[in-house]
Design a protein around this ligand. Structure first.
Ligand SMILES: NC(=O)c1ccc[n+]([C@@H]2O[C@H](COP(=O)([O-])OP(=O)(O)OC[C@H]3O[C@@H](n4cnc5c(N)ncnc54)[C@H](OP(=O)(O)O)[C@@H]3O)[C@@H](O)[C@H]2O)c1
Length: 259
């Protein structure tokens, strides 16, 4: 008998894939969302076989402005109320702002910011009515500082942190909690897509495994924590900028984001 139903965006790889496995292990029914339908179906069949749960697959490109609404319509049609929402799907692109194609900027803002906001709005309304729910938004250690050469990505993750903290305050007392997870570098497909495999940060910083990051994120959500920054070094790197002039912080960030 499943406990609650969880929707995970970006379940086809990386952190979202691992979060899906953990929540399935805990007996939750799942709704898996991403573009690569084959990967989702493969994961769904595997999880249904391993656990006594129901897994629904919704293939959607969340960079399409209508996609979040379509996902929600599908949930309504299939009568699947969501008790756990994991807004994990995200993408980044490395490169000087003036040389980035506009489509990349729009893709990041639509996916990392708008789709996350729309899904949170649509799904949290039902959670509040039922007086029960958990929302886990995947931000980044990037949320705490501006990111030269990844300006739009870092800004999009600053939005996720600010938005999540604010609605957490608004939802206090409703039975719905909001947790924002802010990992440093994690080993996943993200860096191949982003073009960041050769930047200084990725060559020198400790890289966390996707499974470890997922465990930490789910644990924080279940404890209804406000913000989780996994790993001591990441925690230090997100606190230190508060004590230095912003110009110094920007100088250092630009340096670590260089090839
Ligand atoms: N890796 C890191 O170092 C790191 C650090 C901090 C924060 N994060 C954040 O962690 C989250 C997960 O990233 P990850 O590291 O696990 O990377 P990943 O392996 O590339 O996973 C990204 C997931 O998002 C989905 N996705 C991408 N574009 C999408 C779109 N347009 N519509 C729907 N789904 C889409 C991908 O599925 P499809 O391709 O099948 O659509 C995939 O399942 C992201 O929000 C990322 O910003 C990552």
């Amino acid at each position: 008998m499943a406990l609650m139903t969880a929707l995970i965006t970006g379940a086809s790889s990386g952190i979202g894939y691992e979060i899906s496995r953990i929540l399935a292990d805990q007996g939750h029914d799942l709704v898996l969302v991403a573009r690569r339908e084959k990967n989702l179906i493969h994961l769904a069949r595997f999880l249904e076989k391993e656990h006594d749960i129901a897994v629904t697959v919704i293939a959607a490109d969340l960079a399409n402005p209508k996609a979040a609404n379509r996902v929600y319509q599908q949930l309504e049609k299939d009568n699947i109320p969501i008790d756990i929402l994991v807004n994990n799907a995200g993408a980044g692109y490395w490169g000087p702002f003036t040389q980035q194609p506009t489509e990349n900027d729009e893709h990041m803002i639509q996916l990392n910011v708008l789709a996350l906001t729309q899904l949170t709005k649509l799904i949290s309304q039902g959670m509040v009515k039922r007086g029960l729910g958990k929302i886990l938004n995947i931000a980044s250690a990037a949320s705490f500082v501006p990111g030269p050469y990844m300006s739009v990505y870092y800004a999009s993750k600053a939005y996720v942190l600010s938005f999540s903290e604010a609605i957490r305050c608004e939802l206090k007392g409703t039975g719905v909690s909001v947790t924002v997870f802010c990992p440093g570098p994690v080993s996943s497909e993200f860096h191949q897509h982003a073009g960041t495999t050769n930047i200084f940060l990725m060559r020198k910083a400790p890289i966390m495994g996707s499974a470890q990051a997922a465990r930490s994120a789910v644990k924080a959500m279940q404890k209804r924590k406000a913000i989780e920054v996994p790993g001591l070094m990441n925690a230090i790197m997100t606190i230190l900028p508060r004590f230095f002039p912003r110009s110094w912080v920007n100088f250092v960030t630009k340096w670590v984001l260089k090839p």
